[in-house]
Every structure is written in structure tokens, then in C-alpha cells.
Design a protein around this ligand. Structure first.
Ligand SMILES: [Zn+2]
Length: 236
């Protein structure tokens, strides 16, 4: 068995794992950076609160107008019932009071519906806050999970990277260059393949037994005569 092909096979396994860990780490980082739900929740609350403020302002304005009107009616009534002034003036006063009373009736209706609108808006703010709290709670839990996942991935990557340094140190430069070249060139990124029952697992070609024998016993690397990948014959 060629120890060198064994080392390269281990390196290839490690490189595949490092690649996978790196991709997963990038995904975790991207998900951690995604604050879309938080931004959407803040926006929904802001919109609902603005609507509530507008309803409340409307209600206050109508209440103020109503109070002003009531004061005027009272004042006019007092003048009317005092009986002072000529009949023509009192008639005009009576007309003013009539119009103000009608306006008061309409305004009272408006104030009532404004109070309803304010109440609905207040409930809507509470409802949205409740809903977003749940969503944000779920998002916070997810962020925590992702944080833990990221730490694990980083630790595993560090271990793998340290192991890779050791492995690369143990392999000669020529073999390493050949491995790198093949990793780049092969569509599946497989530079080293095992030979199982005389067959190259890279190109699925059954190899001449002399070639298999050479791959088994050579001290240097032996490449598949068909696909060019480094052959590794497992012992036993
Ligand atoms: Zn092959």
C-alpha cells in the first residue's frame, strides 16, 4: 500500500470537510446578519403607533370644538332667558342657539365615533406588539442557535486547518502539487480515488491487474491510465 496515496486521500477528505464547513459557516454568518424580521416588526409597530396618534389628535380636536360650542350655547341661553334686549335681537339669538344645538348633535356623534376609532387603534397597537414579540422571540432563539452553530463550525474548522497543516508537512512538494492540480482539474474535485475490486472509483474503469499491482506496491504515486487520478489501493 502506498502510504503517500493514503495521506493524500486523508488530505482530500479533510479538504472536502473544510470546504463544507466553510460553506456552512458562511450560511450561518449570513443568517445571523439578516435582521429583516426585526426591521419589519419595528416598522409595523411604528405605523400602528402613528395611526393611534392621528386618531387621538382628531378626537382631541373634536372634543375641544364641542366644549367651545357648549360654552357658546350656554352663554346665548343665559342672554336669551334674561329677557334683556329687543325682540328682534332675541329672535336672532334663538336662531343661533338652534343652529349650534344641531351642530352640537352632529359633533357629539363624531366624538363618539372618534373614541371608537382611537380605541380600535389602541387595540391594534397592542395586537401588533403582541404578535411581533412572539416573532422576535422566535428570531432571538434562532439567532442564539445560529451563534452556537457558528462557534462549533469555527472550532471544527480550526481543528481541521491545524490537522491539514500537519498532513501537508508530511507530504512531499511534488505529490502535493500533483494533488492540487488534479483537485482543480477534476469536475468532482477528486484527485485521489480508491481502487475497489480492480476498478478505478473515479472513472469506473476496470484496470489491468499489473496497474493495480503497481499502485499497491509502488512507493511513489500511480495515476489511473484512463482518468489520470491518483490511485489508492486499500490494504487487505
Ligand atoms: Zn480512473
Amino acid at each position: 500500500m502506498s502510504q503517500r496515496s493514503q495521506q493524500l486521500l486523508e488530505l482530500q477528505r479533510l479538504d472536502a470537510e473544510i470546504g463544507q464547513l466553510t460553506r456552512r459557516l458562511q450560511q450561518a454568518e449570513a443568517a445571523l446578519g439578516d435582521r429583516l424580521q426585526q426591521r419589519a416588526a419595528a416598522y409595523a409597530i411604528q405605523q400602528a403607533e402613528a395611526a393611534l396618534q392621528a386618531r387621538q389628535r382628531e378626537q382631541r380636536e373634536q372634543e375641544f370644538e364641542l366644549a367651545t360650542l357648549e360654552a357658546r350655547i350656554k352663554e346665548h341661553e343665559a342672554r336669551l332667558y334674561s329677557g334683556k334686549g329687543n325682540p328682534r335681537d332675541l329672535q336672532v339669538l334663538q336662531g343661533d342657539i338652534e343652529r349650534d344645538r344641531q351642530r352640537r348633535g352632529a359633533l357629539e356623534e363624531q366624538v363618539l365615533s372618534s373614541m371608537d376609532a382611537s380605541e380600535s387603534a389602541r387595540k391594534e397597537v397592542a395586537r401588533i406588539k403582541g404578535a411581533t414579540e412572539r416573532v422576535l422571540g422566535v428570531a432571538a432563539t434562532r439567532q442564539e442557535q445560529l451563534g452556537g452553530e457558528r462557534a462549533q463550525l469555527q472550532a471544527q474548522l480550526e481543528r481541521d486547518t491545524a490537522r491539514r497543516v500537519q498532513l501537508v508537512d508530511a507530504v512531499d512538494a511534488t505529490s502535493l502539487a500533483q494533488y492540487d492540480r488534479l483537485r482543480q482539474r477534476m469536475p468532482d474535485g477528486m484527485a485521489v480515488v480508491t481502487v475497489i475490486q480492480g476498478r478505478c472509483e473515479g472513472c469506473r474503469t476496470t484496470l489491468p491487474s499489473a496497474e493495480v499491482q503497481r499502485a499497491r506496491s509502488a512507493t511513489g504515486l500511480v495515476s489511473c491510465s484512463v482518468c489520470g487520478r491518483i490511485l489508492h489501493v486499500p490494504s487487505g
